[in-house]
Design a protein around this ligand. Structure first.
Ligand code: SF4
Ligand code: SF4
Length: 297
């Protein structure tokens, strides 16, 4: 039996040998360049990449140089190949990252996007150099239900919410990208409000949003009041008690109150996804005013 056939029968994958930044690396076939770099401290920036969503190659900030390739390649989705020579930092790569960070930073509110300030400094990106009159996607926050808000001024069009709501997880297909160019935006069907859409309020779109464009109303209100403080928050993993599926919850607690609920992306049960009850049905846990005090009859 040939090597490839025996691997097919046994379900094993072959090793791929490549060079990353001058060092030889051996990883299983099918590994992406980003993952192959992961253990090597390359620290490639990513924005649209999410660990539970198939890469969409939308933001282009994770581009790397591959010898023999005419163009830079997105490391989040390109699988490694035998003999590949990858450079994660070069003048060309750094310039591409700088431009992506500046274009996004000058047109979108990235104030809640993790690590952007660090990357701007690292790549010398200065979004402000496009001036006060740069076109932006700023718009009022959409507040049309009690559970979560949509602030598309923070949206980088990464498609993660669309894919989480669609065939990759939720299969509700409530949202899509509508429009072109600066008019491109995430929209419900016919731009109806969420209560009038097919949304089931699973919040799986909030879970994957990398920029804070989608946010629990509890977090939004606390930020507006200036009381949101992640330094004072703790997280506790637990199992949802609403049904027997056994979904894993991560409770985010500030001042002894649950302020939002997420789900571990690496959970083999939920992969970060929940239903409306697990995601938003936590008020009964902390409705202490209705409880009888200990010892009372
Ligand atoms: S809450 Fe769930 S159903 Fe509603 S838009 Fe988000 S992913 Fe889709
Ligand atoms: S709302 Fe968030 S998850 Fe959806 S496309 Fe915009 S940035 Fe991505």
């Amino acid at each position: 039996m040939g090597d490839d056939l025996s691997r097919l029968v046994s379900g094993t994958t072959r090793d791929v040998r490549l060079t990353i930044d001058g060092a030889e690396v051996v990883v299983p076939e099918g590994t992406t360049i980003l993952d192959a770099c992961g253990g090597r401290g390359c620290d490639i920036p990513t924005l649209c990449y999410g660990e539970t969503i198939t890469p969409k190659n939308a933001c282009r900030v994770c581009m790397v140089e591959v010898e023999g390739s005419r163009v830079l390649v997105p490391s989040c989705s390109r699988p490694v190949e035998d003999g590949m020579t990858v450079r994660t930092r070069s003048e060309r790569v750094d310039h591409a990252r700088k431009m992506v960070l500046e274009f996004l930073g000058s047109s979108v509110d990235l104030s809640l996007t993790e690590r952007v300030d660090e990357w701007n400094a690292e790549y010398g990106a200065d979004p402000d150099r496009y001036g006060d009159r740069a076109a932006t996607v700023s718009q009022p926050v959409k507040v049309d239900n009690d559970l979560y808000v949509r602030d598309y001024a923070k949206c980088i069009l990464c498609y993660q919410c669309v894919d989480a709501c669609g065939e990759q997880w939720q299969n509700s297909f409530v949202i899509e990208i509508a429009g072109r160019g600066f008019d491109a935006h995430v929209s419900t069907e016919h731009d109806v409000s969420l209560p009038d859409s097919a949304c089931v309020y699973c919040g799986n779109c909030i879970q994957v949003c990398p920029t804070g464009a989608l946010m629990f109303t509890s977090e939004f209100d606390m930020r507006a009041a200036g009381t949101w403080d992640e330094q004072r928050q703790t997280t506790t993993d637990t199992v949802c008690g609403f049904c027997g599926v056994g979904c894993n919850l991560t409770l985010h607690v500030q001042d002894n109150e649950i302020v939002k609920v997420s789900s571990p992306p690496d959970s083999p049960i939920t992969h970060g996804n929940l239903c409306i009850k697990g995601r938003f049905g936590y008020q009964h846990v902390q409705n202490r005013s209705d409880r009888a005090s200990p010892g009372s009859s």
